[in-house]
Design a protein around this ligand. Sequence first.
Ligand code: NI
Length: 151
Amino acid sequence: MVKDKFYSYFSKFFLSSFDRFLNFSLKFKLMKIRKINIGDKFDLFKDYWSPKIIAELNGQDIKLAKVKGEFVWHNHKNEDELFFIVKGTLKIKFSNKIIELNEGEMLIVPKGIEHKPIAEEEVWLLLFEPSNTKHTGEVKSDLTVGNYERI
Ligand code: NI
């Protein structure tokens, strides 16, 4: 029947373009998978206390930062904060103690806990936190960065 032929032609055409679209979208996703060289990313910037976004996943950012000197006392009301040391030695001051982190070491500051990072020499850091996290918490200071640059 003409009607059946039409439907069969129509569904074939529709399905094959849908198929092609799926294929395209898969190809696009696969195309976007790229490795990231952390060292190369650190070569792209020099400014201190100014985290750069290098990747995003599940509503979280992976950021890199170079730091030197003393940061401000602050806390993050809603986010735990991860510090991973790529290079150098970072001291993190808490109200009752100081923890020294060396290359290859990491620490998580639980939400709500006051902390003050101190880098006597230049330190390279990797941070992992929800995309809306402000690095100075609720504290506004000269060091506060509004929008993080993507590199
Ligand atoms: Ni913090």
